[in-house]
Design a protein around this ligand. Structure first.
Ligand code: ZN
Length: 297
């Protein structure tokens, strides 16, 4: 019932003027200082969390070079800011819908299990009722036939009266038990029906959400998640902290003086999506670009 959906979003980064930044005489010579600019609260991150992600991103380059290539300094020129606009808003809205779809799917699974259990109980008791009822009818027919025979012969003989009276009482008790069970089974049927309706309603609502999700967010989005303009790194969108750290590592790479590389799994590739993020990892293409820029240590 539930189709698998990918949160597909092809993402592109721009380095507007990466060239401007590395007019320094010795690229990679001195650690580049950066500071935190405005962090829009709608991203839901504290400054400390952003700085932590920045430290992780800078250490990726630092480890490759063998020493610190960035340093946090509140007086630095290079500023990292988080600007909230429709890009992040769309990401957050789609994530909320996705999460509500996951919950609906979980609720549907619970109702489905409950429905299967109650239905099994209902069917078992209904079958047992049918068997007992058939046996009762047979026994009642035998009793009636016997009574008719005696009636045709002028009445039940005295010595038979107690036995037939006892059978009549047993039949009455059995009928009453059967009636109680019939009512219980009817109530079970009601429970099964209402669980089926609930399950169907949940499935329909979920399918509607899936359709909404696919129509709104199914197509790949292309937009700039971040940019570096020579003085400032601006972040516009990320879907989780791993994606955020990757984006920061990418923009710090531009700040270092690196351009884009072709390898789609490289941190410095223009499009995000295929990079390793847990943990972040520089590929051979990233390292080659770094070596070309910084030279051998
Ligand atoms: Zn870029």
């Amino acid at each position: 019932m539930v189709r698998r959906i990918l949160l597909g979003s092809l993402v592109v980064c721009v380095a507007l003027a990466a060239g401007l930044w590395f007019t320094r005489p010795t690229p990679c010579g001195r650690p580049i200082a950066y500071r935190l600019g405005t962090v829009d609260g709608r991203f839901g991150l504290t400054n400390a969390e952003v700085l932590e992600a920045l430290r992780e991103a800078e250490s990726l380059w630092g480890r490759a070079v063998g020493r610190d290539v960035f340093t946090h300094d509140p007086r630095a020129t290079l500023t990292v800011t988080l600007v909230y606009d429709e890009r992040q808003q769309t990401t957050q809205t789609s994530q909320r819908l996705w999460s509500s779809m996951q919950q609906a799917q979980a609720s549907h699974a619970v109702v489905s299990r409950s429905y299967a259990e109650w239905r099994e109980t209902y069917e078992r008791r209904a079958r047992s009722y049918e068997t007992t009822y058939a046996a009762y009818q047979e026994r009642a027919a035998a009793y009636n036939a016997q009574m008719q025979q005696w009636s045709a012969r002028g009445g039940v003989p005295r010595e038979m009266q107690a036995g037939l009276e006892a059978e009549r009482n047993r039949l009455q008790a059995l009928r009453s038990e059967l009636e109680t069970e019939r009512i219980a089974i009817e109530s079970l049927a009601g429970t099964v029906r209402s669980l089926a309706e609930k399950g169907n309603a949940l499935a329909e609502a979920h399918n509607r959400d899936v359709m909404t999700f696919n129509s709104r967010y199914g197509a790949p989005r292309q937009f700039h998640k971040g940019e570096f303009d020579g003085r400032e790194i601006t972040v516009f969108e990320f879907h989780d902290m791993r994606d955020f750290a990757l984006l920061l590592a990418h923009e710090l790479g531009h700040a270092l003086g690196l351009g884009h590389v072709d390898d789609p799994t490289a941190v410095m590739h223009a499009v995000g999506g295929e990079q390793a993020v847990e943990p972040l990892r520089l590929t051979a293409a990233d390292l080659a670009a770094l070596q070309k820029l910084c030279g051998r240590r």
